[in-house]
Design a protein around this ligand. Structure first.
Ligand SMILES: *[C@@H]1O[C@H](CO)[C@@H](O)[C@H](O)[C@H]1NC(C)=O
Ligand SMILES: *[C@@H]1O[C@H](CO)[C@@H](O)[C@H](O)[C@H]1NC(C)=O
Ligand SMILES: *[C@@H]1O[C@H](CO)[C@@H](O)[C@H](O)[C@H]1NC(C)=O
Ligand SMILES: *[C@@H]1O[C@H](CO)[C@@H](O)[C@H](O)[C@H]1NC(C)=O
Ligand SMILES: *[C@@H]1O[C@H](CO)[C@@H](O)[C@H](O)[C@H]1NC(C)=O
Length: 229
């Protein structure tokens, strides 16, 4: 057994494990920060509340609508005095509906919605453009006090541009106006041109895969920019 230190009794291992487990469960039950960083709760008449009440499996908690698994399906941050969306915003990447109107937001949301592939309704202040531009959405509606972006389009299906990704890569949506090229199984590297298993990936672990992911992301966006110009 471990040596005793005067004044502090040794913590038995099972007890420590139980504590760790309790901490982990506690964290799983806690609401994501994005749901509680703005005070108040979703108002009855809001679009997010209407969406949430459509089925009994969805429930409102603070500023979020969650499913039974605690996944964020709706986020209502209207009237929160937000100038920007802050570091917790990516927690809402599973949301189907987001309301951000009545906030002094700066019109620079281009990269804020990375990975928000489920998003179908986004309500913004009237002077903030829909992320990805008008072509990233099926319908954009302008009102005096808000702007609604509805029906996220899949850019991978864009007209005429069938060869967005290289031969052994495939295009996957990555949020409004965003896409990613993912190499097919057995391919990797620049333009997915190298074949064989990527032993370096397991060697470098998380660091390696993160770098690879970022490279693919950058390569995808740069290529898109090049095409657009
Ligand atoms: C909850 O998670 C389980 C497994 O992860 C999944 O099968 C189920 O569809 C999820 N339920 C909802 C409502 O998303
Ligand atoms: C916005 O919030 C303020 C207080 O934070 C409240 O007085 C005001 O009525 C709210 N406006 C709307 C439109 O909800
Ligand atoms: C947007 O504005 C229109 C007209 O002012 C209003 O009818 C609608 O309810 C607003 N939408 C939201 C989500 O506040
Ligand atoms: C995009 O294309 C794929 C296959 O070509 C198709 O299954 C999918 O429904 C299309 N999505 C949209 C939004 O058009
Ligand atoms: C794509 O894969 C095929 C084999 O599946 C290979 O013959 C071809 O050279 C690859 N293309 C590129 C650009 O690497």
């Amino acid at each position: 057994m471990s040596p005793r230190v005067a004044g502090s009794p040794p913590i038995p291992l099972p007890w420590a494990a139980a504590l760790l487990l309790a901490l982990r469960v506690g964290r799983a039950l806690a609401l994501p920060e994005i749901c509680i960083q703005c005070t108040g709760s979703v108002q009855d008449w809001s679009k997010v509340a209407l969406y949430c009440k459509q089925t009994p499996e969805r429930t409102l908690h603070a500023r979020c609508c969650l499913n039974q698994n605690g996944t964020i399906l709706g986020l209502d941050l209207q009237n929160c005095s937000l100038k920007d969306l802050g570091p917790n915003f990516p927690q809402a990447h599973t949301a189907v509906i987001i309301d951000l109107h009545a906030n002094p937001l700066k019109d620079d949301l281009a990269n804020t919605f990375h990975g928000f592939i489920q998003l179908q309704t986004l309500i913004l202040p009237p002077d903030v453009n829909c992320p990805g531009g008008i072509n990233a959405w099926n319908t954009v509606t302008f009102y005096p006090d808000n702007q609604t972006c509805e029906g996220q389009r899949n850019l991978c299906n864009s007209t005429g541009d069938t060869e967005i990704c290289p031969e052994n890569g495939s295009c996957v949506p990555d949020g409004p106006g965003l896409l990613q090229c993912v190499c097919a199984d057995g391919f990797h590297g620049y333009k997915c041109m190298r074949q064989g298993s990527f032993s370096l990936l397991t060697f470098f672990g998380i660091l390696g895969s993160t770098t690879l992911f970022i490279s693919i992301l950058l390569w995808g966006t740069q290529r898109r920019k090049a095409k657009a110009s």
